[in-house]
Design a protein around this ligand. Structure first.
Ligand SMILES: Cc1cc2nc3c(=O)[nH]c(=O)nc-3n(C[C@H](O)[C@H](O)[C@H](O)COP(=O)(O)OP(=O)(O)OC[C@H]3O[C@@H](n4cnc5c(N)ncnc54)[C@H](O)[C@@H]3O)c2cc1C
Length: 430
């Protein structure tokens, strides 16, 4: 067996969490990342308590996270007439042992990158190098096929290859050559950030509107002590006819707010002015809401998929980034038990591929926003007293079922032993 590093294709949140985990358990690794420079890209994401627990175990502290976001206090759904449909406390306020964080995706990503460089050194990430595929070697090892910064082809041999190269994964495309194209269900999201006064608890996630026409927003910074303003992350979302597929070029486009603000022009209440919130943004990004059909396995011998490459999902459950971190930790735990071996990849695949694929499909069905569908169906989104539309017990049961499926049910998480015990090392291969 070749003694080489584990090669990680892709240095996003999933790839970097994997590298930090492997370093923690004593497994040499290298990240091969296609961008030439790490920059703080993206807007807001949520880190659920199950992922924050793992970050703490990786030595990423509350102070670190406070620099890139803030602990979320509330999750709320509000109807078109501004009346509350559902709200619940989040993180520690809800009784979890760990907070939920709302963070700036790019700044959190750079935090992970800085930790990796600090702990393993700058050579731990090969920037500007794209993994184009892989070759399984007769001795059980794997060679990653790489396009280098000067466009020349190269190979890197490793004991294992982890494909953490996102929704357009080259590793997945080779592993599952017959996979269908990207799936788009008809929803378009425009995302941006605006400095504004945070509402409700000051750290509330609010989903407003109906399931085909909604606005989601939450702060991703503590208020500036001088101005009282926080950076508010918002997602304006409209579902349209998708019969002809996505027509624009690319899946990610910078757009002016005038291209979409008209969908929300009359969304003004005394506590919120949606068109003003949108118009005050410097820039906005248009993303169709896309995912991929689940595949039956994430493993091909010495190669495994992780993060969005394994399970790109709709952001309705706010768990894409969190799940990538959980993947990394479950993979690490499998190496503690089985060594840096294909058996470890098989154990990781057996534990996660089935349930997380179910989660992908569940998020397609609106995830926790499913309550908005019910309100829409039963009263067209307008009501005086939500109890007349969906009784409290039905609301509570709906959310409990979602959380159990998404792996952040509180009692089981609070009781769960650590995924990787302190000081654990990967078992030596025999
Ligand atoms: C630029 C960017 C902005 C984003 N913004 C948001 C956001 O605002 N809100 C949100 O909810 N989610 C956002 N996401 C998605 C979110 O980060 C992921 O859903 C989640 O964190 C899972 O991360 P991942 O590491 O599996 O995938 P990703 O975050 O997609 O990371 C994949 C990484 O692999 C690299 N890569 C791709 N192909 C190759 C290849 N062939 N070889 C080598 N490297 C490759 C990419 O450059 C990227 O760094 C964004 C993703 C990206 C890449």
């Amino acid at each position: 067996m070749t003694v080489g590093p584990v090669i990680i294709a892709g240095g996003g949140i999933g790839g970097l969490a994997t590298a930090l985990t492997l370093h923690q358990i004593g497994v040499p690794c290298v990240v091969v990342e296609s961008v030439r420079e790490m920059r703080p890209l993206g807007v807001g994401i949520n880190l659920q308590p199950n992922a924050v627990r793992e970050l703490y175990d990786l030595g990423i502290t509350q102070d670190d996270l406070d620099r890139v976001g803030l602990p979320a206090k509330e999750w709320a759904l509000v109807g078109l007439n501004g009346n509350d449909i559902y709200s619940e406390p989040r993180g520690r306020l809800a009784g979890y042992k760990w907070p939920q964080y709302a963070v700036h995706r790019g700044r959190f990503h750079l935090l992970l990158y800085d930790k990796l460089v600090e702990r393993i050194g700058p050579d731990s990430v090969r920037l500007g190098s794209r993994v184009t595929g892989y070759r399984k070697n007769p001795d059980g090892s794997v060679s990653a096929l790489i396009e280098q910064p000067d466009r020349s082809a190269a190979e890197a041999a490793g004991r294992l290859l982890i494909g953490a190269d996102g929704i357009h994964s080259a590793v997945r495309a080779q592993m599952h050559p017959a996979q269908p194209p990207i799936h788009w269900g008809g929803a378009v999201m425009w995302r941006g950030t605006t400095w504004a006064k945070p509402i409700r608890t000051g750290a509330s996630f609010v989903g407003l509107g109906t399931h085909r026409h909604r606005m989601v927003f939450y702060p991703i910074s503590l208020p500036d002590p001088q101005t009282g303003l926080s950076m508010i992350n918002w997602i304006a979302e409209v579902t349209m006819d998708n019969a002809e597929g996505w027509k624009h070029s690319g899946w990610f486009r910078q757009v002016g707010t005038e291209e979409f603000v008209h969908h929300f022009e009359d969304w003004i209440w005394d506590w919120l002015d949606v068109p003003a919130l949108i118009r005050q943004a410097d820039t906005a990004f248009e993303n169709p809401m896309i995912d991929r059909d689940p595949v039956p396995t994430w493993q091909d011998g010495p190669v495994a998929l992780l993060g969005d490459a394994a399970h790109a999902m709709y952001p309705t459950g706010s768990n894409g980034g969190s799940q990538a971190i959980i993947d990394a930790r479950v993979l690490g735990a499998a190496m503690v038990e089985h060594g840096v071996t294909q058996e470890a990849l098989a154990a990781y695949d057996a534990k996660l591929c089935g349930p997380v694929s179910q989660l992908v499909l569940r998020n397609r069905g609106a995830g926790p926003f499913g309550l908005l569908n019910l309100v829409d169906e039963r009263c067209g989104g307008r009501f005086d007293d939500i109890d007349d539309v969906i009784p409290p017990r039905e609301r509570a049961e709906f959310m409990a079922a979602y959380k159990a499926a998404a792996g952040f049910a509180m009692e089981s998480l609070n009781k769960a032993p650590r995924t990787i015990p302190p000081g654990a090392r990967a078992r030596a291969a025999v």
